[in-house]
Design a protein. Sequence first.
Length: 141
Amino acid sequence: MDYTQKIIVKCIVFLNLLLLCNNSIAQNPNFHIYLCFGQSNMEGQGIIEAQDTITIPRFKVLQAMGCPNLNREKEKWYPAVTPTCQCKTKLSLVDYFGKTMVENLPDSISIGIINVAVGGSDIRLFDKDIYKKYTSKNNAK
């Protein structure tokens, strides 16, 4: 074996060891995640009733902001209990979207929502190409 072949073999061995030792994160095909953005109705304006506070284990929410009043930390998954958007919003379209999805999917499927709605905002707030212009214009008022 010449010098170049030895280097190639060593590189292949190194890469294989690296891949074997790497902790990989695999996506779960049974966990469906929905990004929910919009205005006040998506944020949550409905009156919360007793039936709205029942949790369903297969329905989760990724907390988009820290909410000490709900004992929720930003960027962690929780059972989806109203409010599912901001810390003090109300019942949202998302609450029953998730519950309906869970009821109509096989038991092996879980639903996760990420609700980033902002009441009173324009849809331009969620456009990655123009949101800076939109927010700077509205902050100038």
